[in-house]
Design a protein around this ligand. Structure first.
Ligand code: LLP
Length: 417
């Protein structure tokens, strides 16, 4: 469910015609629907709330760290899942409650640990023995006690892209169960860390429920064992990963996941933490791009756009499919062309879509790349010295440029002249 729809052949975001934004703001541009963000958040929260027990939803801002979106989610009651000092800085800059911030990631530096401890975040989701040692040391220096959880790698197959798989033993993430037990058994020696939770995040863009259940069946018994060893485990963080559909259908309802997962979690007697990213923002954003040229060769037709792998890297990096349609549709939808929709970057891997059926488009037309709200702008680069695009947030019949497009002088801003 989202608020991008066609009315009289014209694409709208909520009540605003997308072509109007493209004309006024320029392209490429990311356009987000605030209502879609809010509804996805509420759907998830409602689905996973048991009577008297709401989950703590820590929005994973790596999916989209736009401050305006983070503010919307903060007002809705969200906490945040951060993976770097920079992400923590973003959340603190909007006045997020540190007691709702969890910090994940395999490589937290001493400086990042210090920054997070000074700001009293809820907990560190730890991923290595060295990290626990470092947290203990920094906490000692600051005369604090750090709340930690341990990220468990339960070795399950989430059936997603291999780069989005994070809980197979061969991935770098978390502790294997035997390793976790070894550490849990000696944690009492570290005076400045307190084990308050267990964490697992099995991957991203997961459309099946079974991998979650398999992971939980391995992690849940560990909670009792931790408690038996004197660790007050209060939180179970099941990570993120709920998939969305990229081909136009509805995403799997959150309620379906909840019905399967909640009964297991309830038995653990923990507060549930979730770290959704894509589920909340994925369908809430589009990328609007302008056609620069249409080029036919002997072999193919190319629709060359002003957005490419520098603007949206998912097709190039994961072979990800994003629906692409003109912002203004033709009355007669039967006439189609087949083309690769490509960007301006000097690499053959620079494409937004391959072998797509499109109505005949021409230079100057706007195209919308759908489901681009997650891992779109947050993975933008300046490759080929192309300025970053603008970000626009629509609410009802109003829109706001929340991030201006970069200019050429932004490109050399950080270099010593
Ligand atoms: N928690 C942790 C510890 C994570 O590593 C991630 C994502 C999430 C939560 C949020 O996952 P989500 O709910 O968004 O699936 N760039 C890739 C996705 C990488 C996901 C990395 N970790 C893409 O464009 O598909």
């Amino acid at each position: 469910m989202d608020y991008f729809y066609y009315c009289k052949e014209e694409l709208y975001c909520e009540d605003v015609p997308v072509s109007r934004i493209a004309e006024q703001v320029g392209t490429p541009a990311y356009i987000y629907s605030s209502r879609t963000v809010q509804e996805h958040f509420h759907k998830l929260k409602k689905a996973f709330s048991a009577p008297g027990r709401a989950p703590l939803i820590c929005y994973s801002l790596k999916a989209n760290s736009n401050l305006a979106i983070c503010r919307l989610l903060k007002s809705a009651g969200a906490g945040f899942d951060v993976v770097s000092g920079g992400e923590l800085f973003r959340t603190l800059s909007i006045g997020a409650d540190p007691a709702k911030i969890v910090f994940a990631g395999v490589g937290k530096s001493i400086a990042e640990i210090k920054y997070a401890l000074q700001n009293n975040i809820l907990m560190f989701n730890t991923e290595s023995f060295q990290e626990i040692l470092n947290i203990n040391l920094v906490a000692q220096r600051l005369n604090k006690t750090a709340r930690i959880s341990m990220r468990i790698n339960p070795d399950v197959e989430p059936h997603t892209h291999k780069y989005l798989t994070t809980a197979k033993e061969e991935t770098k993430f978390g502790f294997t169960i035997p390793d976790a037990y070894k550490i849990i058994n000696m944690l009492n020696r570290f005076q400045r860390v307190k084990l308050v939770g267990l964490h697992t995040h099995i991957g991203s863009q997961i459309l099946q429920i079974t991998p979650y259940l398999k992971a939980l069946k391995k992690v849940l018994p560990m909670i009792d064992e931790c408690r038996r060893l004197g660790h007050p485990v209060e939180y179970l963080d099941i990570g993120g990963g709920f998939g969305i559909y990229y081909r136009g259908e509805e995403a799997k309802p959150a309620a379906k996941f909840a019905r399967a997962i909640l009964p297991l979690v309830r038995k653990a007697g923990c507060r549930l933490i979730m770290e959704p990213g894509r589920f909340i923002v994925g369908n809430a954003g589009i990328l609007v791009t302008k056609v620069i040229a249409v080029k036919e060769t002997n072999r193919k037709c190319f629709v060359i756009c002003d957005a490419g792998m520098n603007t949206l890297i998912r097709p190039s990096l994961y072979d990800a499919y994003h629906r692409i349609e003109p912002v203004r549709k033709m009355k007669d939808e039967r006439i189609k062309m087949r083309a690769d929709v490509v960007g301006p970057v000097c690499e053959s891997g620079d494409f937004l879509g391959k072998d797509r059926q499109l109505p005949p488009v021409k230079a100057g037309d706007y195209l919308s790349v759908f489901s681009a709200g997650a891992y779109g702008y947050s993975m933008v680069s300046n490759y080929n010295s192309r300025p970053r695009p603008a970000e626009v947030l629509v609410s009802g019949n109003r829109y706001k440029v929340t991030t201006r497009a970069e200019r050429y002088d932004d490109l050399i801003r950080l270099e010593n002249k």
